[in-house]
Design a protein around this ligand. Sequence first.
Ligand code: KIV
Length: 279
Amino acid sequence: MKRVSIHDLKAMKKRGEKIAMLTAYDYPTARILDEAGVPIILVGDSLGMVVLGYDSTLPVTMDDMVHHTKAVVRGSQRAHVVGDMPFMSYQTGPEDALRNAGRLMQEAGAQSVKLEGGRTVAETVRRLVEAGIPVMGHIGLTPQSLHQFGGYKVQGKTPAAAVKLLNDARALEEAGAYAIVLETIPAVLARLVTERVSIPTIGIGAGPHCDGQVQVLHDMLGLYPDFAPKHAKQYAHLADEAGRAVREYLAEVAEGRFPTEKESFMMDEAALSELTHLV
Ligand code: KIV
């Protein structure tokens, strides 16, 4: 089956067709998303928080990203898989960025990579694109700059900050990025950026006017117990459902109601009778 390409995604913007992106970090969830028809799966460094239990994305390594991206690629056939570049895998310069993005494409099988930043990473984006690596940009509340921002705060709220963000989006487009994530910025600014760039914008906490939306899977499925961001809508409450299932299992084991004959393996009559004579 042919995977969704960056050209398909750009064509979706031209047709005014909304692009829905979701994160996944493992084989079974990648299968669920792919079979449901999700066009882009992001193996986000958010895995540091929602899967590995860190309190930010900063500790996530290239090896973590390669490991999880491989599983998502194995679990999908049609979706475009984006591998996220973790903290310090590209900030140290284009050479490191090339080597690390190359790992996500070559070892893990991603179809593109994502990195955070605007004008300051434009040269790096250009180098990756020249090397044949499609790049998704990411501006606004970029979680790898958490300590620079002093917390997870809405970005682009002043006119000067909004102009800077628009210029960052233009710099990414000029450098050859094929799409840009806009995270936690005012909806009116996301609309302006979406109108002023020709590549798709994918919003998270950026209002309804972006060309697409992205959510962290654990937020939308109610799987992450520590925190629910304002921009996330819970479409299910799977942590509650999993807790209920585990409590039922505990009770059944304690009361001897699990396993039953249905979950047990039998021995045929002849073998059983021979065994009875042996012991
Ligand atoms: O890591 C991630 O999941 C992301 C999305 C929030 C866009 O970068």
